[in-house]
Design a protein around this ligand. Structure first.
Ligand code: COA
Length: 386
C-alpha cells in the first residue's frame, strides 16, 4: 500500500523583520546574516500567536472535507504551551474537528514531525481508512542580542497523511539515529532555547553522514537515485554545509542537480527563518513550488533534532502533486515589515512563564485564530472576530 503526504499547507505570521535592519542594530556586517547565515527575513511573532494558533492557521488551509475525515491529530512541537496538556487538544477545538479524534503532542526538538509522519504511516497501514493530520508548529526563540537571534522565526506546516497520497509516497526504508547530546535544549521554566551553536552544526552534519551512509549500505542507493536531497533548515546555510559534506567540490550532473534543488528548497526558509519541527517540511514545500520537481522523482529527506536525533528517509512524487500543495508566495509578499524596536517590543510581550492574568489587544492581529491572553492560569484561545 502507498502511504504518505496527501496535502501540505503552511502558515506563518503577517509580519517580518528585514535582517539587514537587525544587522545594523546589532553592529554586524549584513552579509554575515544574508550570506554567512543565509537568512534575509525573519517572521516576527506577536504575543497573540503561539504554536497552537499557528498550527490551527496551517491546518485551516486544508479543505473542510479533508478536515472532516481526520481520525488522528498529531502536533509536533518543541514550543509546547503546557507541561501536561497536548497542544493538539486546543488545535482540535479551534479547528472544530469531531470530538471522536485521537489527539496527541510529540516532542524531540526539530525532529518530532518526522516521527509523527512515520507513526501516521503505521496508523494508516493498520487501518487504510485512517486520515492522520500531522502538524509541525514552532516558534524559534533564542533571545535578543544572542548569537542565535538571526536564526529565529516561526510558523507551522500541516500534512495530511493517508493511503494513496496525492503529493508524496513515503518510502518504507529509513535510517534513524539517536544519541544523548547537549547541543541545544530548553530547560523547564525557560522560554528561550540554550544552544552550543557551533557544536550543534557539527553534530547535525555527523548525524546526516551517519544516517545517509547507513542508508546507502542497507539499500545500495546512490546520489544518482535522487532528484533532490532536502534538509532540516534552521538557517539556510545549514543545508549548504550538509550537502557540501557529501558533494565536496564535485561539479558533475548529480552535484549540479542537487545544488539547484537545495537552492529551491531554501526560498521560503530564507524569508521566514527557523520553524524548528516544520523547517524540513517548509523546505519540501519550497522545493515543490520552486524546484524542477516532477512526478515519479525520488526525494531524500534528512530530519534532525538536537539532543539529538536524525533520520534519513525517502519520498516519491505523485502525478498531479502541484494541485495539493500550498502556494504561500503571495502571502509572504503581503506581510508587513516591522522595525527592530517593534520586533523587540513584540518579543518581550509574549505570555512567558509567569502566572498573572493577561488580556492581549486583539485588534493588532488579523489572523483567524488568536491567543487572547491568560486567565486563572488557563490560556485563552479563540477564533478571531475580525
Ligand atoms: N560576509 C559573509 N559571510 C560572513 C561574514 C561576512 N561579512 N561574516 C561572517 N560570515 C560567515 C562566517 O564565515 C560563517 O560561515 P561558516 O559557518 O560557513 O564558517 C558564518 O557567517 C557564521 O559566522 P560565525 O562567526 O560562525 O557566526 P556566529 O558565531 O554568530 O554563529 C551560529 C552562527 C549559526 C552558530 C549561531 O547563529 C547559532 O548558534 N545559531 C543557532 C544554531 C542552531 O540553529 N542550531 C540548531 C541546529 S539544528
Amino acid at each position: 500500500m502507498k502511504i504518505g503526504i496527501d496535502r501540505i499547507t503552511f502558515a506563518t505570521t503577517d509580519r517580518y523583520l528585514d535582517l539587514r535592519e537587525l544587522a545594523a542594530a546589532r553592529g554586524v556586517d549584513p552579509n554575515k546574516y544574508l550570506i554567512g547565515i543565509g537568512q534575509s527575513e525573519q517572521a516576527v511573532i506577536p504575543p497573540t500567536q503561539d504554536a497552537v494558533t499557528l498550527a490551527a492557521q496551517a491546518a485551516a488551509k486544508l479543505p473542510a472535507a479533508d478536515l472532516a475525515r481526520v481520525t488522528t491529530l498529531i502536533v509536533a512541537t518543541e514550543s509546547g504551551v503546557d507541561n501536561s496538556k497536548a497542544s493538539a487538544i486546543y488545535v482540535k477545538q479551534l479547528l472544530g474537528l469531531s470530538d471522536f479524534v485521537r489527539t496527541i503532542e510529540l516532542k524531540e526538538a526539530c525532529y518530532s514531525a518526522t516521527a509523527g509522519l512515520q507513526f501516521a504511516r503505521g496508523q494508516v497501514a493498520l487501518n487504510p481508512s485512517e486520515k492522520v493530520l500531522v502538524i509541525a508548529s514552532d516558534i524559534a526563540r533564542y533571545g535578543l542580542g544572542t548569537g542565535g537571534e538571526v536564526t529565529q522565526g516561526g510558523g507551522a506546516v500541516a500534512m495530511l497523511v493517508s493511503a494513496n497520497p496525492r503529493v508524496l509516497e513515503i518510502g518504507n526504508h529509513s535510517v534513524a539515529l539517536s544519541k544523548d547530546l547537549m547541543d541545544f535544549w530548553r530547560p523547564l521554566g525557560h522560554s528561550e532555547a540554550l544552544v552550543d551553536g557551533k557544536y550543534s552544526t557539527q553534530v547535525y552534519i555527523d548525524f546526516f553522514q551517519q544516517c545517509w551512509q547507513q542508508f546507502r549500505l542497507q539499500t545500495g542507493a546512490s546520489l544518482a537515485d535522487f532528484s533532490a536531497l532536502l534538509f532540516h533548515l534552521p538557517f539556510t546555510k545549514m543545508g549548504k554545509k550538509a550537502l557540501a559534506s557529501e558533494l565536496g567540490e564535485r561539479d558533475d550532473a548529480d552535484a549540479q542537480r542537487l545544488w539547484a534543488a537545495l537552492a529551491a528548497s531554501q526560498v521560503y526558509g530564507r524569508r521566514v527563518g527557523n520553524l524548528y519541527t516544520g523547517s524540513l517540511y517548509l523546505g519540501l514545500l519550497s522545493y515543490l513550488n520552486h524546484g524542477a520537481a516532477a512526478a515519479g522523482d525520488q526525494l531524500g529527506l534528512f530530519s534532525y533534532g538536537s539532543g539529538a536525533e536524525g533520520e534519513f528517509f525517502t519520498g516519491r512524487l505523485v502525478a498531479g502533486f502541484a494541485d495539493y500543495v500550498d502556494h504561500p508566495d503571495a502571502a509572504l509578499d503581503q506581510r508587513q515589515a516591522v522595525s527592530v524596536a517593534e520586533y523587540e517590543r513584540l518579543f518581550n510581550a509574549q505570555l512567558g512563564m509567569d502566572s498573572a492574568d493577561v488580556a492581549f489587544d486583539l485588534d493588532a492581529d488579523p489572523a483567524p485564530f488568536v491567543l487572547a491572553g491568560r486567565k486563572d492560569q488557563k490560556r485563552q484561545y479563540q477564533r478571531n472576530n475580525h
